[in-house]
Design a binder for this molecule. Structure first.
Ligand SMILES: Nc1nc2c(ncn2[C@@H]2O[C@H](COP(=O)(O)OP(=O)(O)O)[C@@H](O)[C@H]2O)c(=O)[nH]1
Ligand SMILES: [Mg+2]
Length: 453
């Protein structure tokens, strides 16, 4: 025999790895929870994994070992820790995100279960059919047996000895299954379909859809494909993508027309309005060849005006800082640029007065103007709802989702944009001007939601 260590997201997973790699003869000896993957070798952002120590047969059986049978005290302790994970079983490594996203460090007890369904996989989804189903199948309930057993792990060479070995193995299995299966003994075994759907349900949850929404979406998905297709994760994913896509309306890029085009960027402080406007200013002037000018009514923060002036200087775009409605009106009337981009100060959505100020500027304008609400993807859904509600007073035309690079899922914004019936015009994915912006595209947004973005 030799001893090996196997790590995995949860106990089920390490047991499955053990069986797959070393067969039924492998004997689990002990397991513990260890941290791995911390930043700079610290525990910061480290995730908890299970480390199993097991005894396995050497590939080439050595007769000398068979002679000296050693007894291993196979004690299964800490049944709490040994329980199979109640969370979505270890799905294919692909569906999901690094555990740090799925299981906040603050919720370690419960987080342990969450992390299980979200093996580190990067941003790409890969649908491995040998997922949780296999793991669960290995834990069918069996009749109870003592939780502690003493075994002789070496395989006897003689024919009649093998019977005893089988028996011992059976006992080990019983001991493990008793613990693994006790919780699930009364429960209905999960169907293949449910096992396939589970990771997608988790993805929807991560996208901030509440339980009712998850049920509705999953229900629609189930209705849209055949029973047979529910066995196929790719078909489930495709159907889910189509459903999510139907929630997304895009607005298309800013287009210069015959008339003067005025675009006003609004939204809470720090979401990236000025940066986004600079990106779009650069794209429209330098790439598209339109004449662009910047106007800022962000006169509350000198630094903000300076920031815009810096961008304008580099791109050779004229910039006007206005202090009141009259100046604003006069500036708009006098400007001959194809596209006039207006930066507003970061009024808090909690401050109705400031939003009404923006509304006054907008209402005072004699030209048609496009009002774009910028919201950061890493905003809580309830806050997003407040932002949309407050800024809807300005009658927004479209939404720019900023900072998608700072979050893993953007379903929160998609859902609220749908609720307020607002199309999405752009998505920004970094601080770099002008590169980190893309025109909103439903397929790309869905990929970001599902995990392929
Ligand atoms: N990671 C990331 N940071 C961004 C993005 N857009 C803007 N920022 C940063 O967010 C901060 C606030 O941006 P700013 O344009 O001043 O926000 P404003 O107050 O809404 O005008 C700055 O540090 C920007 O560089 C983005 O798409 N991703
Ligand atoms: Mg600003």
């Amino acid at each position: 025999m030799k001893y090996i260590k196997i790590r995995g997201n949860n106990y089920n997973e390490v047991m499955m790895k053990l069986k797959m790699e070393h067969g039924d003869e492998a004997i689990p000896i002990s397991h513990k929870f260890v941290k791995e993957g911390g930043l700079f070798n610290s525990r910061l952002f480290a995730r908890e994994v299970v480390e199993l120590t097991a005894a396995v047969q050497e590939r080439r059986f050595k007769s000398s070992l068979a002679g000296g049978k050693k007894k291993i005290d196979f004690t299964i302790g800490d049944s709490d820790k040994l329980r199979p994970d109640p969370s979505p079983a270890p799905m294919s490594e692909g569906i999901g995100r690094p555990a740090v996203y799925a299981a906040p460090a603050s919720a370690v007890g419960e987080g342990r279960t969450k992390a299980a369904g979200f093996a580190p996989a990067g941003r790409h989804s890969s649908l491995d059919p040998a997922g949780s189903g296999a793991a669960r199948a290995g834990h069918e309930p069996v009749p109870p047996a003592p939780a502690t057993a003493t075994i002789e792990p070496s395989r006897p060479e003689s024919g009649d000895g093998s019977g005893r070995f089988e028996k011992e193995l059976e006992e080990i299995k019983r001991a493990i299954y008793k613990i693994g299966g006790s919780r699930t003994a009364d429960a209905e075994p999960a169907s293949h379909e449910e096992i396939n759907i589970r990771p997608f349900r988790q993805i929807l949850k991560n996208n901030d859809f509440d339980d009712d929404q998850c049920n509705t979406i999953i229900g629609k998905m189930k209705n849209s494909i055949s029973r047979e297709d529910l066995k196929d994760k790719y078909k489930i994913e495709k159907s889910l993508k189509d459903l999510l896509k139907s929630k997304i309306v895009t607005a298309g890029p800013i287009k210069a027309g015959n008339k003067k085009k005025i675009v006003i960027f609004i939204g809470p402080t720090g979401v990236g309005k000025t940066t986004t406007m600079a990106k779009l200013g650069a794209i429209n002037s330098l790439r598209e060849g339109h004449s662009v000018c910047f106007v800022t009514i962000d006169n509350y923060r000198i630094a903000a005006t300076e920031q815009l002036k810096k961008y304008a200087e580099i791109m050779n775009i004229p910039v006007h800082a206005v202090n009141n409605q009259k100046e604003f009106k006069d500036t708009i009337a006098a400007e001959k640029a194809d596209i006039i981009m207006v930066d507003t100060s970061g009024r808090s959505h909690r401050n109705d007065l400031k939003i009404s100020e923006i509304k006054n500027f907008v209402d005072a304008m004699e030209h048609d103007c496009e009002k774009i609400l910028c919201v950061s993807a890493n905003t809580k859904k309830s806050d997003l709802n407040d932002v949309f509600m407050a800024f809807d007073a300005v009658n927004i035309n479209s939404v720019i989702i900023t900072k998608v690079d700072e979050t893993s899922y953007i379903g929160n914004v998609v859902d609220i944009a749908e609720k307020y019936n607002k199309p999405i015009s752009y998505v920004t994915n970094g601080q770099e001007v002008p590169n980190d912006i893309i025109i909103a595209d439903a397929d790309k947004i869905v990929d970001m939601m599902i995990g392929n973005g």
